[in-house]
Ligand binder design. Structure first.
Ligand code: SAH
Length: 672
């Protein structure tokens, strides 16, 4: 079997479909999976174990045999917990074949072969009966099918089916219940991920303000959830407008309905302000009494939550379709609508007669302005970053002349509009200023002098930003595009940015290291088989790869100074030969070297730069502040390096980095 995998090609700026052999998908899935993160989630594991023990005890106390159905067994962990807790038999269902195979090995290694049957099927394909996958219906239902939004991984239809066909009436369920909480807030920072704010341009003939068109103003956006590490959001970034309220609960021990529905709560604002955002998270009660509770509540709701780090469950940010002014004490209704897999919210004033609940169920929002399809949430945030915009304005003012002919190469960029307001005469490619700005729908290598009305380009600009970029250096597509349009450039062309520099720093992560560290044992069960699988998958490609992470969500401290490792001169064309560098980077602080972080800095003009990574190192401890709109590249060191304690402060990490100009990819190797 062959698999096609999408991959951004930095030399063409396009998504490409590469044919990979069947192991590729599998290895990507294992190496980048959240299984390890789940097994490191001590709080989750302990509570599942307690909940499972209590459920087995309740069934036994009724004099029944304990027959467990574990849907989505993964490594088999929850089934092994049940077997250890005295369950008579467990059916462990797992749809993902490599994991089902791993579960078989892990169950065997831990000596539970006679108690646990692994079934490699989707739960809805499982049969019950003398010749079926299960001999009889189960009386204990154990699952962990939740994502940050609770229902996004299909928990509801899976439960609905299981209650109809796979478990007995009155079964025990672990977890017993899930509850979704909401809090209404005003937040300029989070709202900036959803709406384009007015852009202020200080031009020579006074200040100009670029506003977004009304269809964008009124657009309800896209329904996909925005999941973030809310614990990294400072309390100064939002104003709480309501108390935390329960939006809805699901009792997993009773039949579950997955059909679309809505829930409505009344809120009494505790502050006046602009209702923009619904923050949401859930908790699960492992037992009916709710004593064993596992919560995703953020730090201002539960102060210890910061210590229970996890990446497989975070918190949700929902954008209301429009901002609504609310007054302290004046009640409003918040409605949550859901289909089988997702949720969205709507706010209504509570004046007059109470509305019929059926009336308030709204259709899932659909973006009408296109911007929400073109720009993702971080990109909105980036475009709304007035400081960043100022750097571009400052630079454009230095290079633009009244007779400049500009070409902008970037996706969904505001640079042409800025340049127009700053007085450039001719500008190609941008939005509604049709007579002043011409959008050329062609690939750079197909650009002709006809497109440019026989003019030579005197200023070539880019942020650069391309929607297909995943890693920082993928935006080097700008360099390839610049090379492709060389024949159209005037001899004295100005290229902005004039160059880019790849920077690197060695860091110790507060928590992110967990997602790539070995598990060994989990709650006393040997899960090394999973470790071996992950190691094997990481080494599947000869060179290990860097992976993108938005580091503002993942605190780390710097162990070295930031260092420039490669420079890309956009004033020249892309060279034929690859660009390589070798060197070493000194470790200045004590700590565990978990990996290297890499990011780009763009030198717009001689003395103006923007960083897509490190903004500053904030104190002597080395705490870092990262660009909040960009993902940085993280290269996790292999386990050998990671496990070494750094006692000698004068150690160094040596590196070899190679930018292959043919593929646009960067390969790297490190030694401690
Ligand atoms: N139970 C494990 C793993 C949870 S991850 C633990 O708690 O550590 C969820 C797993 O459920 C994934 O491996 C996924 O492939 C599987 N899964 C999700 N829905 C499923 C379904 N309806 N039937 C079978 N497996 C499912």
């Amino acid at each position: 079997m062959k698999t096609f995998c999408g991959r951004a090609n930095p030399t063409t700026g396009a998504m490409e479909w590469l044919e990979e052999d069947e192991n590729y998908d599998y290895h990507q899935e294992i190496a980048r999976s959240r299984y390890a993160d789940m097994l490191h989630d001590k709080d989750r594991n302990v509570k599942y174990y307690e909940g499972i023990r209590a459920a087995v005890r309740r069934v036994k106390e009724r004099g029944e045999k304990a027959i467990v159905l574990d849907i989505g067994t993964g490594t088999g962990l929850l089934s092994m917990m049940a077997a250890s807790a005295g369950a008579d038999f467990c059916y462990a269902v797992e749809v993902f074949k490599p994991m089902a195979n791993a579960a078989v090995k892990i169950v065997e290694k831990n000596g539970f072969c006679d108690k646990i049957k692994v079934i490699n099927k989707h739960s809805t394909a499982v049969t019950v009966g003398p010749d079926g996958d299960m001999q009889c219906r189960a009386n204990i239902l154990v699952t962990e099918l939740f994502d940050t939004e609770l229902i996004g991984e299909g928990a509801l239809p899976t439960y609905e089916h299981a209650h109809k066909y796979l478990v007995q009436e009155g079964c025990e369920a672990v977890p017993h219940r899930a509850t979704v909480y909401v809090q209404l807030v005003e937040s300029r920072r989070m709202w900036s991920w959803n709406k384009l704010f007015p852009v202020h341009v200080e031009a020579e003939d006074g200040e100009k303000i670029i506003v977004s068109p009304s269809e964008m103003e009124n657009c309800p956006g896209v329904p996909s959830v925005c999941d973030i590490q809310l614990n990294q959001m400072s309390s100064s970034d939002f104003t709480v407008l309501s108390d935390v309220v329960t939006m809805f609960s699901v009792d997993f021990s009773k039949p579950v309905r997955s059909a679309s529905t809505s829930y409505r709560v009344q809120l009494e604002p505790v502050e006046s302000g602009k209702a923009q955002i619904v923050l949401s998270w859930w908790d699960i009660d492992m037992d009916p009494s709710g004593v064993i509770n596992c919560t995703m509540a953020p730090y201002w709701v539960k102060s210890t939550s910061a210590f229970q780090w996890r990446d497989h469950w975070m918190q949700c940010v929902y954008f209301l379709p429009n901002e609504e002014p609310v007054l302290k004490g004046e009640k409003v209704y918040l409605t949550a609508c859901r289909d089988e897999y997702s949720l969205w919210y709507k706010l209504q004033k509570a004046r007059g007669k109470e509305e019929n609940k059926a009336d308030v169920c709204v259709e899932s929002p659909v973006c009408r302005c296109q911007a929400h399809l073109l720009w993702n949430r971080p990109r909105f945030g980036e475009l709304n970053d007035q400081n960043r915009t100022c750097q571009y304005i400052k630079s454009l003012m230095k290079v633009l002349k009244t007779d400049s002919v500009c070409l902008c190469i970037s996706d969904g960029s505001l640079l042409p509009v800025l340049a127009h307001y700053l007085g450039a005469k001719r500008f190609f490619k941008a939005n509604h200023l049709e007579d002043k700005i011409k959008i050329i729908e062609t690939r750079p290598e197909l650009l002709t002098s006809f497109h440019l009305e026989d003019k030579k380009i005197s200023v070539l600009v880019g942020e650069p930003f391309f929607t297909t970029s995943l890693l920082p250096w993928h935006n080097l597509y700008f360099w390839y595009a610049r090379t492709a349009v060389t024949s159209h450039l005037a001899s004295n062309v100005t290229v902005l940015p004039q160059s880019a520099a790849l920077h690197m720093m060695i860091v110790e992560f507060q928590d992110l290291w967990r997602i790539r560290s070995l598990c060994g044992t989990c709650e006393g069960f040997d899960v090394q088989t999973l470790d071996d699988m992950i190691k094997n998958s990481m080494n599947f490609r000869e060179s290990r790869e860097a992976e993108p992470h938005p580091l503002w969500e993942y605190p780390c401290k710097s162990l070295s100074d930031p260092q420039e490792v490669l420079r890309f001169d956009f004033r020249e064309t892309v060279p034929e030969h690859s660009l390589s560098t070798e060197g070493s980077i000194n470790l200045l602080r004590k700590g565990k070297s978990h990996g290297a972080v890499l990011w780009m800095e763009y030198h717009l003009v001689a003395d103006v730069s923007v960083s897509t990574g490190l903004m500053q190192i904030s104190n002597e401890k080395g705490n870092c502040e990262w660009n909040p709109h960009c993902k940085q590249a993280v290269y996790f060191f292999s386990s050998v390096i990671e496990s070494e304690a750094l006692s000698d402060l004068h150690s160094a990490v040596t590196y070899a980095i190679n930018f292959n100009t043919k593929t646009g990819e960067i390969a790297m190797d490190f030694k401690l």
